[in-house]
Structure formats: C-alpha cells, structure tokens
Design a protein around this ligand. Structure first.
Ligand SMILES: C[S@@+](CC[C@H](N)C(=O)[O-])C[C@H]1O[C@@H](n2cnc3c(N)ncnc32)[C@H](O)[C@@H]1O
Length: 428
C-alpha cells in the first residue's frame, strides 16, 4: 500500500541516505508477475516490453469499433485543477458542455450527440485520462456495484479492465502518491471474475496497447463508481487512470525522480548510455538519479547541495552555479536539457532561451517542469508553447503529469524523430 512510507522531501539533502542506483529501469513493473496479485505472464497473455513499460498484449485478434460513442465523456485530473480543465475544454472543444464535477473527476455532455469521434483526441494539458462515460453505479454493496458495471456493453467487449480511485490529495502532499490502490485492484479482480468474462481473457490494471479497448472504472466515492471505456490512443491511455506503474516506495533523492521518469515515458524519449543530459535546478538530485540509472552522463547546475550519492557518481558533474552563470561551453555536449527551477515559468524560459541560443549549444530536446504559483498561470500554457516553438523546437507537448504538483511538464524536440512514437510510425 502506498502512503505508509517515508516520502522524500523535494529539496532536503540527507547525508545518511543511501540511494540504490538501479540500472534496470523496468524493475518496478516486474511486481505485476507476483502470483499474489494474480498476474500470469504466460499464455494467453503475452508479456511484451514496449515504450519502457511492461505491458500485456492479449494474444488474440483485436476487436475494434465494437462500441459506439455515448452521450458523455469523463476526464480525470489532479485535485484542484477541475476549473482549469473546464476552461481548456470550453476553449478547445465546442462540442463538449460541462455536466458534473468532483475533485479530480469531471464529465462533459457531447452536443450535438455523435459530434465526437470514437477515438477522439483531447486538447487539454491538465486532463490526466479520459474516455466515454457509460454510467454511474451507486450503492453500498460492492457486488451490486459490480453487477451494474458488468451488465454494460463495454464489459461485454473489453479485454482490459482499468480501475482506479480518484486522488485523495494533491500528489506529494501528506504522503500521497497517485497509483494503484488495494481497493482498486480488488474491485478490478471482482469485475474480472464475473460471469460476463468467463471463458475470456481479461487483464486487470495492466498497461494496454494502442487500440486496445479498455473498460474504465473510476471509484469517485466508495459508494459511487463511474464506468465507461476508451480505445487506447495515447501513451497515458495505456495506464489505469493515466498513472504510470511506478513503485513509489523506491528510495529516491527527491520526487523529481518520478516526474522525469514519467515525462520521458509520456513523451516517448529514451535516454541512451551515450547521451549527455544537463539539468538546471538539479538539487537534491532525484531527476539526475534517474538519468544516471539510465546510463547517461549528467551535468547538474544548481547553487544548492546535491545528495552525496549523486555527487560521487562517476558520470555526474555538479556546476554549483545559477543557470545564467554557467559557461555555455560546459554544455556543448548536452543532448537533453532539463530544467526544474523553483521559479516562475518566465524565469525558467529566460534561462533556457539564453542557453539554447548560444552558438556552443545544440540540444535535441528540452524537458521542463514549469511551476504554477497561481492556478491562473494555467492560462499561459499556449503562450509558453509558442515561445518554445519559436526557439526552433518543432514539437512541443505539455501535460500535467500524474507526479507533478502545482506544475506541469513541457517536452520539446527540434525534430519529431527524436521521439520513439514518431520513429515507430515511420518504420511501420
Ligand atoms: C524543485 S528543486 C529541483 C529538484 C531537482 N530537479 C531534483 O531532481 O531533485 C528546485 C531547485 O532549483 C534551484 N534553483 C533556483 N533557481 C535557480 C537558478 N537560477 N539556477 C539553478 N538552480 C536554481 C534551487 O536551488 C532548487 O534546488
């Protein structure tokens, strides 16, 4: 269970902490083979490794387009950003009209009906996951709730079941981290054991593959479960509730370990051993820890102290200065430039602009964490994206990651072929 272990402070250096570097960045996923959770990596579920995440491909022909759009969609998001999601949807989706909201969960009616494609894209930085809403199951008895869900058309056709609880707090606060809960897993198992699935192979809370049909169950309240479905069309759509499978009990230098890991997975960037990465705002070192585990050479730029374990890593260099004081020549080999400053987005972008405009620097891409000291800053996302694209980055993506807190991630690459998904599309 999450939430019962010591959480790393985002900024404090603990000289006694021993960080265990892992060279196997897929390690946390392996727990899904645990018999206690009921996973069986063998037939008929074939385990494949793709996009850095363990996922389960059901070894049967894919069924697509069996379901038709409903009248409503649901969106899950971080607690406290529901109003931002509503604003984004009002601006970008004239076919959607707000219907219902609870912290971290919002629904919209499709008007006129049928206006949205079955595999619709959603233009929203602050939506964590989304899909078609089929209905709401109410009741105090689990079996009754399960019965309402399994009698739906979605249950009749899906081969993946994703069940999650809406966030009970803001990520990183009061020990809360998003992700799998015992209740969600138990509900998923109960659904999978229902009559409708007998003789069918179904995976519970495992990463689905593109185009897989997923039955979604959001436990909004213990006695109120919303259910629906989605066809996987985005990276985050592969994960239950849009949260990647991280073992957040791993000892890390800071939560930034999970933020960077999620940003890279979501954006489709694989850090290679021969890559050089630099992070502006690197202390105490969670992000650097992840990049070092990936085998990269890492330069951390920060006037503050780094974790001793990071500092003594042979592939790590600490430049103990502010971003604007660093000699650009020291960044000449940098392929991926990261920034995670406790400063305004404008300050961060100024620092990045100064670096990438230097004749000595030629980065492939940026991975930025942009802080929102005020929720109204969310309105600046579009302006920020434009500013980064004017720096010569052809692809600019933004998302409030599951592991972000009062901030969002921006990933930009000069050439889309730097991203795994683009390379794959070209190959096929
Ligand atoms: C949220 S923490 C960074 C966490 C870090 N990325 C990690 O992985 O642990 C923000 C950091 O930004 C640093 N910082 C603030 N202004 C800076 C600047 N102008 N240049 C470099 N670092 C700066 C602070 O010293 C602080 O350590």
């Amino acid at each position: 269970m999450r939430g019962h272990h010591r959480k790393p402070s985002p900024n404090k250096v603990n000289a006694n902490r021993k960080i265990a570097f892992s060279s196997d960045t897929t390690r946390p996923f392996l727990r899904f083979f645990s018999p206690s959770i009921g996973g069986n990596p063998k037939d008929p579920i074939e385990r494949v490794k793709a996009d850095g995440a363990a996922c389960y491909h059901l070894a049967m022909e894919k069924e697509s387009n069996l379901l038709t759009p409903t009248s409503f969609i649901y969106i899950c998001c971080q607690q406290g950003v529901e109003s931002v999601v509503k604003t984004e949807i009002a601006k970008n989706h004239s076919e959607l009209s707000f219907a219902f909201s609870r912290p971290g969960f919002v629904t919209f009616k499709v008007l006129p009906p049928g206006k949205l494609a079955l595999k619709f894209p959603l233009a929203s930085t602050f939506s964590r996951s989304f899909g078609w809403s089929v209905g709401r199951a109410d009741g105090d008895d689990g079996a009754t709730l399960v019965q309402q869900i399994v009698s739906s058309n979605a249950a009749a056709h899906c081969r993946h079941i994703h069940v999650w609880q809406r966030d009970r707090a803001v990520p990183g606060q009061r020990g809360f981290e998003p992700g799998e809960t015992a209740l969600a897993q138990a509900v998923g198992q109960q659904i999978a054991e229902s009559e409708v699935f007998s003789g069918r192979d179904v995976a519970v809370n495992r990463a689905a593959r593109p185009d897989d049909l997923v039955l979604d169950v959001a436990i909004v309240e213990p006695n109120q479960w919303w259910y629906g479905f989605h066809y996987v069309s985005t990276v985050a759509g592969r994960w239950p509730g849009g949260v990647p499978f991280f073992d957040t009990e791993t000892e890390v230098a800071s939560r930034a370990y999970f933020k960077v890991r999620e940003a890279l997975l979501w954006a489709g960037i694989t850090i290679q051993k021969e890559d050089t990465c630099a992070e502006i705002g690197s202390a105490p070192g969670g992000a650097c820890q992840f990049l070092l585990e990936a085998g990269a050479t890492v330069i951390g730029v920060d006037p503050a102290e780094m974790e001793p374990e990071i500092l003594k890593h042979e592939k790590f260099t600490h430049i103990r200065r502010r971003g604007n004081e660093v000699k650009k020549k020291d960044l000449k080999d940098v392929k991926w430039l990261f920034a995670d400053l406790n400063a305004t987005p404008t300050y961060t972008l100024d620092a990045i602009t100064e670096i990438v405009s230097s004749q000595h620097v030629d980065v492939t891409g940026l991975v930025l964490t942009l802080k929102m000291t005020d929720i109204r800053m969310a309105e600046e996302v579009e302006t920020i994206r434009k500013r980064v694209s004017q720096l010569g980055f052809g692809v600019v993506k933004t998302r409030q990651l599951a592991f972000n807190r009062g901030e969002f991630a921006l990933v930009a690459v000069k050439d889309k072929f730097a991203l795994r998904s683009a390379r794959k599309r070209t190959k096929s």
